[in-house]
Design a protein around this ligand. Structure first.
Ligand SMILES: C[C@H](O)[C@H](O)[C@H]1CNC2=NC(N)=NC(=O)C2=N1
Length: 93
């Protein structure tokens, strides 16, 4: 079971463009083409399966919202930060 991160750790480790909302970290990725958003969501899902750490993914016409939290721990852990970093690196690929 991973440890919950402190407020200071979250602030220090949260990747740019991501926000903290209570026990979640969140980012909205905007797309001007709906199916590019769908494909992005698929990619996020594949990362989640590989990490066995699953975000909430909301696909909208304007973009895709990713929300991460560690359900078993009841808050934000390193697993959430790592997922955000992996998504960012894939997005930039
Ligand atoms: C039983 C539990 O759902 C699994 O161990 C994994 C699956 N994916 C998960 N994803 C997230 N975000 N948090 C979890 O605690 C988690 N647990």
């Amino acid at each position: 079971m991973a440890d919950l991160l402190s407020d200071e750790e979250i602030e220090a480790e949260l990747p740019a463009e991501w926000d903290r909302e209570d026990d979640e970290i969140v980012r909205v990725y905007e797309f001007d083409d709906y199916l590019r958003g769908v494909n992005f969501a698929q990619m996020v899902g594949e990362i989640a399966e590989a990490q066995f750490h699953h975000p909430e993914i909301v696909i909208r016409y304007s973009g895709v919202e990713i929300r991460l939290t560690s359900h078993e721990e009841g808050g934000i852990t390193e697993a959430d930060i790592e997922m955000a970093e992996l998504i960012e690196s894939e997005r930039d690929a």
